[in-house]
Design a protein around this ligand. Structure first.
Ligand SMILES: NC(=O)c1ccc[n+]([C@@H]2O[C@H](COP(=O)([O-])OP(=O)(O)OC[C@H]3O[C@@H](n4cnc5c(N)ncnc54)[C@H](OP(=O)(O)O)[C@@H]3O)[C@@H](O)[C@H]2O)c1
Length: 323
């Protein structure tokens, strides 16, 4: 099969499209013929080996997994002897490592579910990592409640476009922060209010929120605190990549330390790819309450360019790869 591989950390140019063996399927796994995948900042970190602290997990001197990619949508090609819920020909989507390839294997009990019929493979492949991050950030770490005022900083990117829709589906009043060119798109996703960060400083608006989902990680704790109600929560999702040792973690540490002793909370989390949550996303997608926003489509041989675009940090919605 064709797969995107690399054996060193580096810029997107280190990626090559090679012919390698298909993954072996164990008794509990299914083999999926990938029709589409999408790129996430996690792929960028895995590619570049930054922040350096992450190399403790990813491989100190060279990357331990040679393959990248997490999100996939495709058709089940084969199933192991213990697999009960899927059979060859089923259309599925989910998350599993090594998804920048023609085939990926995934355990039946992990993050893989049937693809709703109303979604294309591209639309489904845009969902897993970004959608799970938005859902878990709002629900598990922000403890979102119906009627709450929720501010989403970074509303137009991969995570943000899902967060706006999921927060609305959970009954919140949503304000999205994005740049001018994405304001209409964020409004069309259901945001009640949109703040264009190039024209207005949301931390000086005088308005207050019960929950701030900070995907962009562009503001300090004192700035964020100004817009938080006394018992509000700031959920940190991402942050600037500039610090090569710690990356976004440097922002997380600064905010968390500064927030100590305050009546408002600042929390950071790393999203988990799991079955129950991808089932929730499947239902939201099938009902039409949530949809994917696709910025661009590329072929498998164009992953380097797709990752370069993602690395700029201004993709409106998701960059999808058709396989
Ligand atoms: N904690 C976790 O488990 C987890 C999981 C996934 C992602 N993340 C992190 O979350 C962040 C975003 O991921 P993503 O997939 O959504 O990335 P993305 O698709 O590249 O989106 C980034 C978005 O941020 C917006 N943005 C950039 N500067 C901004 C600013 N100053 N104010 C407001 N918005 C700004 C951009 O919109 P404009 O073009 O309008 O500026 C762009 O749409 C990354 O740091 C990533 O590492 C964390």
């Amino acid at each position: 099969m064709k797969a995107v591989v690399r054996d060193v950390y580096g810029a997107p140019d280190v990626l090559t499209l090679q012919e390698i063996d298909r993954p072996e399927v164990t008794d509990d796994e299914l083999l999926v013929r990938v029709r589409a995948t999408s790129v996430n900042p996690a792929d960028w970190h895995g590619l570049t080996g930054t922040p350096y602290v992450a190399r403790l997990v990813m491989g100190l001197l060279k990357p331990k997994p040679e393959r990248l990619g997490i999100d996939f949508a495709g058709t089940v090609e084969a199933v192991g002897s213990n697999v009960k819920q899927f059979q060859p020909g089923d259309e599925v989507f989910g998350a599993s490592s090594g998804a920048f390839a023609e085939y990926v294997s995934v355990r039946e009990d992990r993050a893989v579910v049937s693809k709703p019929a109303n979604l294309t493979f591209e639309a489904a492949a845009a969902v897993p990592v970004a959608g799970l991050t938005a859902l878990q950030g709002l629900r598990d770490h922000g403890h979102i409640q119906p009627g709450q005022k929720v501010l989403i900083n970074g509303a137009s990117g991969g995570v943000g476009t899902f967060a706006v829709q999921i927060a609305k589906a959970l009954g919140a009043e949503v304000t999205g922060v994005c740049s001018t060119r994405n304001a209409d798109a964020v409004r069309s996703l259901g945001a009640d209010h949109v703040i264009d960060y190039t024209r207005e400083d949301f931390t000086r608006s005088g308005r207050r929120y019960d929950l701030l989902l900070d995907i962009a990680g562009s503001r300090s704790w004192p700035e964020c605190k100004r817009v938080l109600n006394p018992t509000a929560t700031l959920v940190i999702v991402g942050g600037p990549k500039k610090n090569r040792l710690l990356g976004p973690l440097s922002h997380v540490v600064k905010v968390s330390v500064a927030a100590m002793g305050s009546s408002q909370k600042a929390v950071f989390f790393i999203a988990k790819t799991n079955k129950p949550d991808i089932v929730i996303l499947q239902e939201l997608l099938a009902s039409g309450k949530v949809r994917s926003v696709i910025d661009k489509r590329h072929g498998l041989g164009e992953i380097a360019g797709a990752l370069r675009e993602l690395g700029q940090g201004h993709a409106p919605g998701k960059i999808v790869i058709t396989v």
